[in-house]
Design a protein around this ligand. Structure first.
Ligand code: GLU
Length: 478
């Protein structure tokens, strides 16, 4: 195979949507698998809808996902002259012609055709004008749109994902390739860029198939060989409706804010429509690169399943090295106002224990701030059902004895605390749970959470005693 060169070509009119992220990922995996190049092109000719801020967000999103691109990004807005040269070439070679038809006249004709249930194709009015008439328009300098001559026959291509695709050219008309203000249209720019960038494979959403026909017509008119195409299926929402590009939650950068690991997001996105062919779901980027092939992309639509993403994220959290996990979790704790980077830096071993005892229960990085809140703040509400059940007057003497035991335990470790509790329960002839439940509620405000004795060691003796005493006051008042 000659050099593999692929590209992702986002239009910066919205944030990096999950669909574009997946197209980027498939291109990247394909390039990396074959030792080829993954290029970036910003399709920013629509100045009304593009902005530097959006471009920045797209670049940041790709970087966040780890989809590093090769070579300098190409900006379409800087290549308008190049497109005009190609349009000029098509005019010269007689593959395209000028059209002076006024938009309102065109619209009238189209409306009429539709009323008669006919295809509202351009009627080649300007192509058929006598030479003298054309010269008159040219001399007058009246702006003209440029139309490509639609050849007769069929346009067909073999799509790597979809298979054979073909369309009768008679369904299409002499479409415009440059507007009367001189600007080339989208399909022309894409062809010129893909050719100039040496793109070997175009991997993009299958909503572009109708563009592909037009693009192939342009390639042929230019005497160029089209690249190979792989149109990937759309991503549907769980209700099988189309996922909207402007759907805020579907912007890739939001996932980081919501507490997802980028590795989990990449893994999840890769499996929307592609599978390595075994039952392996959790894969590193290297494993995906190794296993990736366009042939294994499923041509039917993929479904976006947020629960699967969250499950997968939990798997990544549990598989993370604890030091890495502290680094991942820290911004969320600071953001939640629970602690500071300085504090975390000076209590790294404590933080390691913190993530270790919580990670089994966390699916999102934000869960650490939520489920671990009571480690950092003394003010919290008691779960009302729990306090009705466990904060009863008859536990007061038990808690008092428990406070006594905890104050006198030598070292304050999980195992020493556990031994102390079991001995006390034996002495009082009660089940350990009779003390465990109110203790958990007193220390965390919750009725469930991480293993109690680990939690107590981590909180430290002083905090545990203080919170148990507070609970005593609360119970006494009731
Ligand atoms: N700019 C197009 C989009 O964002 C991509 C077109 C292409 O990949 O050819 O959908």
């Amino acid at each position: 195979m000659s050099e593999i060169r692929v590209r992702i070509a986002p239009s910066p009119s919205g944030y990096l949507h999950i669909g574009t992220a997946r197209a980027a990922l498939f291109n990247w995996l394909f390039a990396r698998h074959h030792g080829g190049k993954f290029l970036l092109r910003i399709e920013d000719t629509d100045t009304q809808r593009s902005s530097d801020e959006m471009i920045e967000v797209i670049l940041e999103s790709l970087k966040w996902l780890g989809l590093d691109w090769d070579e300098e990004p190409v900006f379409q807005s800087r290549r308008l002259e190049l497109y005009s040269r190609y349009v000029g070439g098509l005019l010269e070679s007689g593959k395209a012609y000028r059209c002076w038809c006024a938009p309102d006249v065109l619209k009238e004709k189209q409306d009429e055709a539709r009323q008669q249930k006919k295809n509202p194709k351009y009627d080649r009015h300007c192509f058929d004008l006598p030479e003298s008439e054309k010269n008159r328009f040219l001399d007058s300098g009246q702006p003209a749109a440029i139309r490509i001559i639609m050849p007769e026959g069929v346009t067909a291509f073999h799509d790597i994902v979809v298979g054979e695709v073909s369309r009768d050219n008679s369904e299409l008309d002499d479409f415009i390739i440059a507007r009367s203000d001189g600007r080339a249209v989208y399909n022309l720019a894409v062809v010129v860029d893909d050719h100039e960038m040496g793109i070997s494979h175009v991997i993009r959403g299958n909503d572009h198939i109708s563009n592909t026909f037009k693009q192939i017509i342009i390639y042929r008119a230019l005497g160029l060989e089209p690249p190979r195409f792989a149109h990937i299926p759309l991503i549907l929402g769980k209700d099988r409706s189309k996922m909207s590009k402007r759907d805020g939650a579907a912007a890739v950068t939001d996932y980081g804010k919501l507490g997802y690991l980028k590795e989990a997001v990449v893994n999840f996105i890769a499996l929307m429509g592609w599978s390595p062919g075994d039952n392996n779901e959790i894969m590193t980027a290297d494993q995906m690169i190794e296993a990736f092939s366009l042939e294994r992309i499923n041509p039917s639509n993929a479904v976006f399943d947020p629960e699967k993403l969250t499950w997968m994220n939990g798997e990544y959290i549990r598989a993370s090295d604890d030091n890495k996990l502290v680094d991942l979790v820290r911004p969320y704790l600071v953001e939640a106002g629970l602690t500071t980077h300085l504090w975390i830096n000076s209590r790294w071993d404590w933080m390691l224990k913190f993530v270790r005892i919580l990670k089994e229960r966390c699916h999102l990085l934000t869960d650490f701030a939520e489920k671990g809140r009571f480690f950092f703040v003394d003010e919290f509400e008691y779960d009302p059902k729990g306090s009705a059940k466990y904060f009863r007057a008859d536990v007061l003497p038990l808690i008092a004895a428990w406070i006594e035991t905890l104050s006198s335990t030598g070292e304050y470790t999980a195992s020493a605390i556990e031994t102390g509790l079991r001995e006390l329960a034996g002495k009082l002839e009660i089940k350990p749970a009779t003390i465990i439940h109110p203790t958990r509620l007193a220390l965390s405000g919750e009725t469930a959470g991480p293993p109690l004795f680990d939690m107590m060691e981590l909180l430290g003796r002083e905090k545990c005693l203080k919170r148990l005493e507070e609970a005593v006051c609360v119970i006494e008042k009731e």
